[in-house]
Design a protein around this ligand. Structure first.
Ligand code: PFF
Length: 442
């Protein structure tokens, strides 16, 4: 089975696909509103700290598991560990499923907002009207569900093409487009009069705003943003040829992801302050505050459309990786073909997305005292760090020195920081993640 496995066409293709997975709604939609709600610069610093101390090492750990096993997350833990370890893989596949179910809902909103920008309907509205339109749209019932379904269909279409012809080709096209769109928008945002205050808010930490909940959000955000803790990088790594060196690629992926999050902060927060809006507006920041900004900005229709197109592209390449985790698992472990797996998983996941979408006002669907979508999102903020913690324990202790042989392909590839990496996986990551999770819960 492993011998017939498809491989990425090039290292560049793999990096674009993995960066495409990492860069998504998490960077452009979630990161700026979390930063806005959590005191600006302090949240940024915590996020960067978690990325540097846990993120980079864990990304590499997942890639090692994928490349060494040539399997999906469940198969990788079974082959390399046995015992109860495949449970970590199952947890990852389950988490991927839950994330995708609400991810397509938000992604569907970006499609609607591309339309709202183009038809100019928000351009002459007051901020109150723009807020009301957002509330009316997401609670509207049928339209958001249909858009989530269409977005799911687009995701399935890419995954049906397989690794090289589907995911790699789409990522190599879409990621450069994404960077271009981002640059256009930043140039606009930082040149707005009054942008300076937003830049200061973003860069100067206000530690008085930091609570235990801030720290938990920052670690959840770091994992979510890097696509870490659910086997997405095990899955993508399993399509790597053995000859591809990994530490450099891991560093590039982390660097690109972090850069886009920081750039998104520079794109959104200065604009929010330039128009005296509330940075702590929460999940609506992107969908309410930014249209207000665009409506008051010269050529706002164009910039608004570009922004939501950017969000759509980023969401698509991430959704593709979420579905691919489930599809690779089904193809490896069951008799299903890629086609059956992609269509079936897409359909079931869409089914789970329907209550998420409806819970935004159309129907009262509560879980743990939260609406269905927020509950799904909160659950993943917990499951991803747990998955990351278990992965660190597995690679650091169960594989131990063998991990050093695997990461260097039996010494054939140089990795001067190999022992630092293993030390982080053994001690720093498990203790640090456990500490943050426990202190957030009590
Ligand atoms: N990293 C994506 C984002 O920032 O939007 C979300 C994500 C994709 C999480 C893939 C996990 C994953 F496996």
């Amino acid at each position: 089975m492993a011998a017939a496995r498809e491989h990425w066409g090039s290292r560049f293709g793999f990096i674009m696909a993995a960066a495409g997975s990492a860069v998504g709604l998490g960077n452009i939609w979630k990161f700026p509103y979390e930063t806005g709600a959590n005191g600006g610069g302090a949240f940024l610093l915590l996020y960067l700290l978690f990325i540097v101390i846990f993120g980079a090492s864990l990304i590499l750990a997942e890639m090692v598991l994928g490349r060494a096993s040539g399997r999906n997350p469940v198969g990788a833990f079974r082959l390399l560990g046995g015992g109860a370890w495949p449970g970590v893989g199952y947890l990852g596949v389950f988490t991927g499923f839950v994330i995708l179910s609400f991810y397509i809902v938000i992604a569907g909103w970006t499609v609607a907002y591309m339309g709202f920008m183009l038809d100019g309907s928000l351009m002459s509205s007051t901020p109150e009207e723009i807020g009301a339109q957002f509330g009316g749209f997401i609670s509207g019932g049928v339209t958001p569900v249909v858009l989530a379904g269409l977005f799911m269909a687009a995701t399935v279409a890419v995954v049906l093409g397989g690794i090289g012809k589907g995911i790699e080709r789409a990522s190599k096209l879409l990621m450069p487009v994404l960077f271009l769109l981002l640059l256009v928008l930043i140039a606009r945002a930082v040149s707005l009069p009054g942008a300076g205050e937003g830049i200061r808010f973003f860069l100067v930490p206000d530690w008085s705003k930091v609570t235990g909940a801030t720290v938990t959000s920052a670690i959840g955000q770091a994992f979510f943003s890097l696509s870490l803790g659910m086997g997405a990088l095990i899955t993508y790594g399993s399509y790597l040829p053995k000859s591809t060196p990994m530490p450099g690629s891991a560093a590039i992926i982390v660097g690109l992801d972090t850069m886009v999050a920081v750039l998104a902060g520079f794109m959104i927060l200065p604009a929010v302050f330039a128009y005296s809006l509330d940075p702590a507006a929460g999940p609506g920041l992107t969908f309410v505050t930014l249209p207000v900004v665009f409506s008051q900005m010269p050529a706002g229709t164009v910039f608004g459309f570009v922004f939501f197109a950017l969000l759509f592209v980023a969401a698509l390449t991430s959704a593709v990786s979420l579905l691919e985790v489930v599809v690779t698992y089904l193809v490896d472990e069951t008799p299903l073909t890629r086609r059956q797996a992609a269509l079936g998983a897409g359909l079931v996941c869409f089914g789970l997305g329907v209550p998420s979408s409806l819970s935004q006002g159309a129907v009262d669907i509560q879980v743990f005292g939260m609406d269905f979508l927020s509950a799904a999102a909160a659950l993943t903020d917990l499951l991803l760090p747990i998955g990351g913690l278990l992965t660190a324990l597995f690679v650091g202790w169960k594989l131990g020195p063998k991990a050093l042989a695997l990461v260097t392909d039996e010494g054939r590839q140089a990795f001067p920081l190999a022992h630092v990496w293993l030390f982080i996986l053994r001690f720093v990551a498990p203790i640090g993640i456990a500490y943050v999770l426990i202190s957030g819960l009590i």
